[in-house]
Design a binder for this molecule. Structure first.
Ligand code: C5P
Length: 401
């Protein structure tokens, strides 16, 4: 997968820079052509000679070679790259990339790069946890960059926490997965639902649930990354945004609005992935003005059933269309999920159990089993929601074949 690929490897000044030599070696062994760019401080941590020997190309740090005046074009490098990887990425470089502070060759090339960019942060746990780092990483994500999350463990400071650069083997794996999956969904139109629905009681109150939308947004991103045209019909999820700028978000509030939006998209869609936690009931006697506390009588809410959006789409499913559901269960998980798969006319259902630690609403991780219409069940280990989304996308792609 990496054979002949042009990789620009940006190395910044952190102690994890020593791992960049192994990363370079692994990339070259996998057949990639690697051009290393180091920031000036990276050269304090690892010698350019080590990297130029491994890549067979001079390392670039400056905009030009002082004694010959030879100009290194960040524009040409940005166009040459099939992928740019910044590993390790310090808090400083992450901040510069997020804000376009192009005061060195690495950030300048990043701004010129047309290729996907992968960023592997490495820093001390307090720097990693600082709100400015979080905000800068979120900015990088919002520009469509891929963040290779650092692992937890012992850091150079001997403190223990999150901030260790991901191991070179795993970074190479991420690149391999990226190149192998690109285009899996090219030309496919996909509908994804995500988040909770809010059912109004009066103008200031609603019935809702704890769905964060993270799983659905990760699925929308994973499918868009693989070439799909994605429409994401989303309930209220605060500031959450898709990372892939090609995902079209349509915001709704209630189940009825979600159904309405889905029905506009479904007839021309190749598939739908229903991750939303849709409210089962809405308030029939919704008040037009704020309900006041009057006397001792508590107001009575009359509930009526909401439409089942997945089942409605399932009932009008045409040959060739795929419909994937999610099921969050607390007991008798497989049986309940299998039942839903049938009742809603789904092709597969992604089951997660609230009994599994790390699965369910609000967490950044999930543990799933995918049940198919043919009766098979595929369990997966606990992973981040982004990794789970990649697994779901790969699974759907296997159904396409
Ligand atoms: O029946 P249950 O809510 O557990 O089913 C979950 C699956 O059905 C999810 O894929 C969810 O998005 C979808 N669903 C829906 N409309 C509803 C209820 C559930 O699309 N009203």
């Amino acid at each position: 997968m990496l054979q002949g690929k042009h990789i620009v490897l940006g190395i910044t000044g952190g102690i994890a820079a020593y791992k960049s030599a192994s990363l370079t070696r692994l990339l070259v062994k996998a057949g990639a052509e690697v051009q290393v760019i180091m920031t000036p401080s990276a050269r304090e941590f690892i010698a350019p000679l080590t990297l130029s020997t491994l890549t067979g190309k001079p390392v670039i740090t400056e905009f030009f070679t002082a004694n010959t005046g030879e100009w290194h074009s960040h524009v040409d490098l940005g166009l040459w790259a099939d992928a740019m990887v910044v590993a390790p990425a310090t808090a400083c470089t992450i901040g510069k990339m997020a804000h376009g502070v192009a005061d060195n060759m690495l950030v300048t090339t990043y701004l010129s790069a047309k290729a996907p960019v992968f960023v592997a942060p490495a820093m001390d746990l307090d720097m990693m946890a600082h709100p400015s780092t979080t905000a800068n990483l979120n900015l990088l994500r919002s520009y469509g960059n891929h963040i290779i999350e650092p692992a937890s463990g012992e850091l150079a400071s001997h403190l223990i926490g999150k901030g260790r650069m991901e191991e070179p083997e795993r970074i190479v794996e991420v690149l391999r997965e990226f190149f192998s999956s690109k285009g899996q969904f090219a030309g496919k139109r996909v509908l994804v639902t995500a988040g909770p629905t809010y059912e109004r009681i009066d103008p200031v109150r609603f019935i809702g649930n704890f769905s964060s939308g993270k799983m659905g947004y990760a699925i929308a991103d994973a499918l868009a990354d693989r070439g799909a045209e994605v429409v994401l019909v989303s309930g209220p999820v605060g500031e959450l945004k898709p990372r892939n700028p090609r995902v079209e978000v349509r915001k709704i509030e209630s189940a009825l609005q979600m159904l309405d939006e889905c029905q506009k998209v479904w007839p021309a869609a190749d598939m739908a992935v229903m991750t939303a936690a849709v409210a089962d009931y809405r308030v029939e006697n919704r008040a037009d003005s704020k309900i006041k506390r009057e006397g001792n009588l508590a107001p009575e809410l009359r509930l009526v059933e909401n439409p089942d959006i997945a089942a409605t789409l399932g009932a009008s499913k045409k040959p060739g269309q795929l419909l994937i559901g999610f099921a969050l269960e607390t007991d008798n998980e497989a049986a309940h999920a299998a039942n839903k798969l049938k009742r809603k006319n789904l092709d597969a259902i992604v089951l997660n159990s609230l009994r599994d630690a790390g699965a369910g609403f609000g967490t950044d991780t999930n543990k799933i089993t995918i049940l198919s219409a043919d009766g098979s069940a595929k369990p997966y280990p606990l992973k981040t929601k982004r990794e789970v989304a990649a697994d779901v996308a790969d699974f759907i792609s296997s159904l396409l074949k």
